[in-house]
Design a protein around this ligand. Structure first.
Ligand code: G6P
Length: 494
């Protein structure tokens, strides 16, 4: 349904996210091509985009890269260019050095730099302008995640005719933490430009509504927030009492827990080659009694250090031998130019080296550590090989790895140990829930998982699988878009 207005391509449905759903792969001869990145979000939105005529606006992941829009699986890919300095200030700086640690319970100290903020505003404006010029009259724009929190308000100012949704993939912090942000009011106002603001957990939506009440004094009647129209036209203002008879529009702020393409993960797990590979992995590890698995981006929010500490102590206090258990840790490289991530890598690799140095033998390693990503097939083989999956995040918006593990276990076996600080814990209550800060508790839970009778493992896994197979990513996006369509805000009289 592509139209040409003012020689610009316009679409009925536009998705905006920091990263595009395609990766640029450079061949050995220096030539490059684009490869769809197999994320859950793109899988969920592909059918909607194909039927509605959709465009996806985002950054290529590389500085100073210019290219023309192109089609990928029926989606129009529209680039937003970032200079090297913008990548440093907007992406590495404000997004991942300020917002990311602040929104994850200040596990690492957030850094507040005015230059970073200024670039964040400038880059958000660029994304908003790209969305404004790509969307048909009366169309829908769905903005994603913490890198683009100002886009809803900026876009509404440019195109009041649009329906605007926003989904926050990471936690939204309690007000006591959020209020540290020098630009806390501007961010809340930016988000309130949307018609629907989606969060992972009920607690995130409640934290946001509280921030709105504290900073703006608006009336919130869960899940509705009343935004006075006068406030929007006057722009940024200090807290002002809401007057009776004021015109307002309504914004919905509620939780929509994201999920995965569960059936596709299960299908892959059922493939004979993946099952053969799972067996091979167990053999290659020296047939330990139990395989423990951790799969994470190398990020300080994931609690990898806590997990290693618990496992190392189980070996050193001789609760376990390396014939009993091997820990496989996949730590995919992430945000490698941000200092906290560099320091984390050093710390984790030092710990892995020490534990292996102390306990590994020629035939058995203690921790099989991998600092790279793997294709989906290999991940599924690892999930099938793993008797125990360790998700020990200190704070996580959702944690899709927990859901992937469950989706692949069509044999109803395997034990999921899951941090209560991951959004997934709200739904996956039959996992073994842990507090990752409690190292003794974590150690006991690992031993309990290893000793759990098959009947109990199966009962738990069946319950978990029911949740994950019923609530897949398609249901998530359908529900968000349904609420977005029905809640298009209208000004109404108090
Ligand atoms: C999290 C965020 C995403 C982000 C991803 C990878 O899941 O919610 O917005 O894309 O991490 O991080 P990166 O910085 O590499 O995009």
């Amino acid at each position: 349904m592509t139209q040409t207005i003012d020689e610009r391509e316009q679409y009925d449905f536009v998705v905006v996210s920091n990263r595009l759903p395609v990766d640029r792969v450079v061949r050995p001869d220096g030539s490059a091509h684009w490869q769809p990145s197999p994320g859950g979000l793109v899988t969920a939105l592909e059918p909607v985009m194909q039927t509605k005529g959709g465009a996806w606006i985002g950054w290529s992941g590389q500085p100073d890269l210019d290219f023309e829009p192109f089609d990928s699986n029926g989606i129009r890919v529209v680039p937003v260019r970032l200079s090297a300095l913008e990548v440093e200030h907007y992406y590495e700086g404000f997004s991942n050095g300020t917002v990311w640690p602040l929104y994850h319970d200040v596990i690492a100290p957030p850094i507040f730099h005015r230059d970073w903020w200024e670039t964040y505003v400038k880059v958000n404006q660029r994304f908003a302008e790209a969305a404004a010029s790509s969307c048909n009259s009366g169309g829908t724009v769905w903005v994603h995640d913490y890198q683009l929190q100002l886009v809803p308000k900026m876009l509404r100012a440019l195109r009041p005719d649009l329906t605007i949704g926003f989904f926050n993939h990471i936690p939204f912090p309690p007000y006591g933490i959020y209020s540290q942000l020098p630009w806390r009011t501007q961010i809340v106002e930016g988000l309130l430009g949307a018609d629907v603001i989606g969060f992972q957990r009920l607690a995130d939506a409640n934290n946001f509504s509280r921030a709105v009440r504290r900073l703006k004094g608006f009336v919130t009647k869960n899940p509705i927030i009343e935004v006075p129209l006068v406030d929007e036209s006057e722009g940024v203002r200090a807290h002002a009492p809401v007057r009776k008879g004021q015109q307002f529009r309504t914004v919905v702020a509620r939780h929509f827990p994201i999920s995965i393409d569960s059936a596709a993960w299960e299908k892959l797990a059922r493939s004979p080659s993946v099952q053969a590979r799972a067996k091979q992995i167990r053999e290659d590890l020296g047939n330990p009694r139990s395989i423990l698995l951790g799969v994470d981006r190398l990020d300080y929010t994931k609690g990898i250090g806590h997990r290693l500490k618990a496992f190392g102590e189980l070996l050193s206090d001789e609760s376990l031998t390396i014939e009993d258990a091997t820990l496989v840790q996949i730590a995919s490289p992430s945000r490698e130019r941000v200092r906290t991530y560099m320091e984390l890598r050093d710390e984790i690799e030092l710990t892995v080296g020490r534990i292996n140095g102390d306990f590994a033998t020629i035939s058995h390693t203690a921790i099989s550590y991998h600092h790279h990503g793997y294709p989906r097939e290999e991940m599924v083989a690892l999930y099938l090989a793993a008797d125990i999956m360790l998700v020990t995040a200190l704070r996580d918006g959702m944690n899709l790895v927990a859901k992937e593990y469950v989706a692949t276990r069509f044999d109803d076996d395997g034990v999921l140990i899951l941090s209560e600080f991951a959004g997934a814990a709200d739904e996956l209550k039959r996992a073994l829930l842990i507090n990752p800060h409690d190292i003794d508790g974590l150690k006991e839970t690992i031993l309990a998982a290893m000793a759990m009778p098959k009947r109990d493992r199966q009962a738990r896994m069946r319950a978990l699988r029911k949740r994950v197979l019923e609530n897949d990513v398609d249901k998530w996006s359908t529900e968000f878009l349904r609420v977005l369509t029905t809640s298009r805000s209208r000004g109404r009289k108090d």
